[in-house]
Design a protein around this ligand. Structure first.
Ligand SMILES: *[C@@H]1O[C@H](CO)[C@@H](O)[C@H](O)[C@H]1NC(C)=O
Ligand SMILES: *[C@@H]1O[C@H](CO)[C@@H](O)[C@H](O)[C@H]1NC(C)=O
Ligand SMILES: *[C@@H]1O[C@H](CO)[C@@H](O)[C@H](O)[C@H]1NC(C)=O
Ligand SMILES: *[C@@H]1O[C@H](CO)[C@@H](O)[C@H](O)[C@H]1NC(C)=O
Ligand SMILES: *[C@@H]1O[C@H](CO)[C@@H](O)[C@H](O)[C@H]1NC(C)=O
Ligand SMILES: *[C@@H]1O[C@H](CO)[C@@H](O)[C@H](O)[C@H]1NC(C)=O
Ligand SMILES: *[C@@H]1O[C@H](CO)[C@@H](O)[C@H](O)[C@H]1NC(C)=O
Ligand SMILES: *[C@@H]1O[C@H](CO)[C@@H](O)[C@H](O)[C@H]1NC(C)=O
Ligand SMILES: *[C@@H]1O[C@H](CO)[C@@H](O)[C@H](O)[C@H]1NC(C)=O
Ligand SMILES: *[C@@H]1O[C@H](CO)[C@@H](O)[C@H](O)[C@H]1NC(C)=O
Ligand SMILES: *[C@@H]1O[C@H](CO)[C@@H](O)[C@H](O)[C@H]1NC(C)=O
Ligand SMILES: *[C@@H]1O[C@H](CO)[C@@H](O)[C@H](O)[C@H]1NC(C)=O
Length: 452
């Protein structure tokens, strides 16, 4: 009897011991976490609990978690593989000590108040796949050492205050699929070395101060699904061979300086869902074939020099947003346009625009070249008139003044009070000559513009 009990006890002890061993973070990494917490300003990690234990208090939710892997081949104990700390108001800086977590695959510090620079030491990560530092207050340039992280697939640095030119060494990121650099102060040209990044799927560089032309080599990124070059500083025209990127479903280019150019040949881009070519100095007529892009839900061709009428093929579009503001379009406004999603035809030369002022979803204010001659300029002062939408570099400063408070209120959310103002994107009700309460649609649209 005694013997059996002894046997049982030792079996239990054995099980317990091996269970504990299998779920304990190695000491070096515990020390690393202490250092990291200090640098980030993360005060609520509970070091009385093992970060890798089964019911870890270290995994609060998807946005606040330290995740471990306890079965990495040829290693003992557990290792931290991801740190996700989103929107925690972290006040510190980026910890160089993260490299003391050698099995780390993911760092996500999205939407905090981290300042300072990106540590060059991070170049020594050997398993890192994802870095997101979106929406912080980081300054300085991207360290060239990041080009050493050959495992990297996603580098998200949007909505910070980073500057300098992009290091040519990033062209060594042979597995990269996502580079998000939107809304920083980057300058210089896109490095030639990026030509080799053919694994790229999602490239966003808008709201920066780059120089030079949109590089031709983008045509070789045939896996590209999303390309965002809105107000990037790059010059036009849009490279014709962008037409090779038949996998693109989301193409957004705006505020291109440079010579006039015809509409790029996009007829083979049948996967397109969002097409924004806004303020790109495009001349000529609206292409008939856009009407056959049956996945297209957002079309923004505003502030170009497009002429002619609305092609009849467009009746087939199942579209949510269509912005053709600020062109030279003429002819009648087709009747079907009255009953579709948000459509803005303002600032064109349409024949009978003034008739439809009261239609909620359609903004035709000043669509008519005849202006006040038609007698319907009264729409301008009606409190129930459709909301105005304006934009483009040229229109920026004055409208920003008009809409200033509303915009800065919205922009607090993305930690970038200056970003929209900087590029003069602006939207507000112009009905009474000053802005009114922002409508839900215009908010949606603004958020959509921000692509957050
Ligand atoms: C741990 O890492 C190994 C090897 O990288 C992998 O096969 C396994 O799926 C990982 N386990 C967990 C729970 O992530
Ligand atoms: C584990 O170590 C053995 C012997 O050193 C080696 O053959 C094997 O490739 C290693 N496995 C991994 C996944 O590193
Ligand atoms: C990296 O991010 C992608 C997209 O969010 C996700 O699907 C993937 O699981 C992440 N990989 C790692 C190793 O965290
Ligand atoms: C970071 O912000 C803190 C205040 O939150 C400030 O004291 C410090 O100087 C800033 N550091 C940098 C590099 O901007
Ligand atoms: C990392 O990058 C730097 C600068 O690009 C380079 O000098 C260094 O040799 C690289 N280190 C390794 C281990 O590849
Ligand atoms: C952008 O760069 C140009 C020089 O390329 C400079 O003249 C201009 O002031 C910069 N604009 C901003 C907003 O930094
Ligand atoms: C595209 O790739 C091909 C083959 O690698 C190369 O010959 C060509 O120069 C590249 N085109 C551009 C514009 O970089
Ligand atoms: C589109 O993507 C698929 C799968 O990612 C790929 O096989 C195909 O070659 C791509 N299309 C083009 C035109 O490159
Ligand atoms: C558009 O093209 C015309 C004619 O080539 C040019 O004069 C004008 O400056 C261009 N606009 C922009 C914003 O670059
Ligand atoms: C569209 O695809 C067809 C058939 O593959 C090809 O002949 C044509 O050159 C392509 N057009 C453009 C503008 O890419
Ligand atoms: C505009 O006028 C044309 C004919 O001139 C007519 O077919 C069309 O229905 C009118 N549109 C609206 C919205 O009244
Ligand atoms: C113009 O607006 C007035 C209201 O101010 C309205 O009575 C009139 O019918 C409108 N004219 C046209 C042509 O729509």
């Amino acid at each position: 009897m005694f013997f059996i009990r002894l046997l049982l006890a030792s079996a239990v002890t054995f099980c317990f011991t091996s269970f504990v061993l299998a779920t304990v973070l190695v000491d070096d990494e515990i020390q690393a976490l202490r250092d990291i917490a200090k640098t980030l300003g993360k005060t609520d990690w509970n070091f009385n609990e093992d970060p890798c234990s089964a019911q870890s208090v270290w995994v609060k939710n998807l946005d606040n978690a330290v995740n471990c892997n306890c079965s990495i081949p040829n290693t003992t104990g557990c290792h931290v593989v991801s740190i996700v700390l989103k929107a925690q108001n972290l006040p510190g800086t980026l910890p160089p000590e993260l490299v003391n977590l050698p099995y780390l695959e993911e760092i996500d510090l999205t939407r905090n108040y981290l300042n300072g620079t990106i540590p060059p030491k991070w170049g020594s990560f050997t398993r890192l796949v994802n870095i997101s530092l979106l929406g912080n207050r980081l300054t300085g340039s991207i360290p060239k050492e990041l080009g050493n992280i050959s495992t990297l697939k996603s580098l998200t640095l949007e909505f910070n205050m980073l500057s300098g030119s992009l290091p040519k060494e990033l062209g060594n990121l042979i597995n990269i699929e996502r580079l998000h650099f939107t809304s920083n102060y980057f300058t210089g040209e896109i490095p030639e070395t990026f030509a080799g990044l053919t694994t790229m799927k999602d490239f966003r560089i808008g709201e920066n101060n780059f120089s030079g032309k949109i590089p031709d080599f983008i045509q070789n990124w045939t896996n590209l699904d999303k390309l965002v070059i809105q107000a990037s500083g790059l010059n036009g025209p849009i490279p014709l061979h962008i037409a090779f990127l038949e996998n693109l479903s989301d193409l957004r280019i705006s505020d291109l300086r440079g010579p006039e150019a015809k509409f790029p040949p996009l007829q083979n881009m049948t996967k397109m869902k969002t097409l924004i070519l806004r303020s790109c100095n495009i001349t000529g007529q609206l292409p008939e074939y856009l009407g056959k892009m049956n996945k297209l839900t957002t079309l923004d061709l505003s502030f170009n020099k497009l002429t002619g009428g609305i092609p009849s093929s467009y009746v087939g579009l199942d579209i949510n947003f269509m912005y053709l503001t600020g062109n030279l379009l003429s002819g009648p406004v087709p009747h079907w346009m009255l009953n579709r999603g948000s459509i803005d035809l303002s600032y064109n030369n349409f024949a009978n625009g003034s008739l439809i002022c009261e239609h909620q979803s359609l903004n035709l204010f000043t669509t008519s070249s005849k202006g006040s001659d038609t007698g319907n300029i009264s729409c301008l002062r009606s409190s129930s008139c459709p909301k105005m939408l304006m934009g483009g570099l040229e229109h920026g400063p004055s409208l920003s003044k008009t809409c200033g408070n509303m915009l800065s209120g919205l922009l607090e959310d993305v930690h970038r009070p200056h970003s929209l103002l900087r590029h003069g994107l602006c939207m507000c009700s112009m009905c009474s000559g000053s802005y009114q309460a922002v409508t839900k649609e215009s908010l949606d649209f603004l958020m959509f513009r921000l692509a957050v």
